[in-house]
Design a protein around this ligand. Structure first.
Ligand SMILES: O=C(O)CCC(=O)C(=O)O
Length: 264
């Protein structure tokens, strides 16, 4: 899709920590992504499942009861909570490499800077289920620098009823628990943050996206509706980013970038 962001939009992003991007995939691409993610969950996609991190959702609605976050398929069900490494699927990679996202990465990281993805992730709240995610900032202390942005794309309409993402605007200016690798804040810290700012529910049409600063406080609730809340989010970062654990990250833009032919 062809979009260019204005100076005013960038100003909103840097001041507020988020920016709605309207529709970033065509109806045909959206239908293909919806079908592909269901095929991946059902074990029907032509993919190397051993490279994909796949986590089943909890059956109790408690975050502590979600399945292990490990590589490999965990059974044919639409009740996955999280699937990562989607850059190895040509359809998802195509969406990740669209010109608007390249432009966003160039503005954030500088023209000509190679960009990798920290994670290319499906986040799901199955119909009538899902697991709440408490208020947190996205950060990972084992990286040598903090990835700045995530682009979150709704694969279904995202509504309050089905557990859309909620954000607290302007909270990205300060890292609340700088030494904590999880990014989660305490209930008391959440109460204090909620006393300062009103949460905004990011209700989106399927195919629309929002650009998020990773330090923006965000959360999401269970899905009380009859439709799933499927979403695809990409956390981009400088390709030079290194992890203390020696993790490898896929380059998305710039020298050495994945090409869809090489991941098919
Ligand atoms: O998709 C969601 O519900 C929220 C995802 C989230 O909080 C995250 O990716 O850090």
């Amino acid at each position: 899709m062809n979009q260019q962001l204005s100076t005013e939009q960038w100003q909103q992003f840097w001041e507020q920590g988020y920016l709605p991007l309207d529709k970033v995939v065509s109806d045909a691409e959206l239908a293909a992504l919806q079908q592909r993610i269901d095929d991946i969950m059902l074990g029907k996609a032509p993919l190397d499942y051993d490279r994909m991190l796949m986590q089943l959702d909890s059956t109790t609605g408690k975050i502590g009861d979600t399945g292990p976050q490990t590589k490999g398929h965990k059974g044919a069900t639409l009740d996955y909570r999280k699937i990562q490494d989607l850059e190895f699927d040509p359809l998802f990679l195509h969406t990740m490499q669209q010109p608007l996202f390249r432009e966003i990465c160039e503005v954030v990281h500088g023209t000509g800077t190679a960009v990798a993805c920290f994670r290319a992730m499906f986040m799901n709240k199955p119909a009538g289920k899902g697991t709440p995610l408490a208020w947190h900032q996205d950060r990972w202390t084992d990286l040598d620098r903090d990835p700045v942005i995530t682009i979150w794309i709704a694969l279904d309409p995202a509504t309050i009823a089905n557990g859309c993402v909620q954000i607290l605007p302007r909270t990205h200016h300060t890292l609340i628990n700088a030494e904590d690798s999880s990014g989660f804040i305490t209930p008391a810290q959440a109460e204090a943050a909620l006393a300062q700012a009103k949460p905004i529910f990011l209700e989106l049409q399927a195919g629309e996206a929002v650009l998020l600063h990773n330090w923006l406080l965000h959360a999401s609730d269970v899905n009380k509706s009859g439709i799933p809340r499927r979403a695809f989010s990409i956390c981009y970062m400088e390709a030079a980013t290194q992890s203390k654990r020696g993790e490898q990250f896929s380059t998305i833009f710039g020298e050495g970038a994945l090409a869809s032919a090489s991941v098919a």
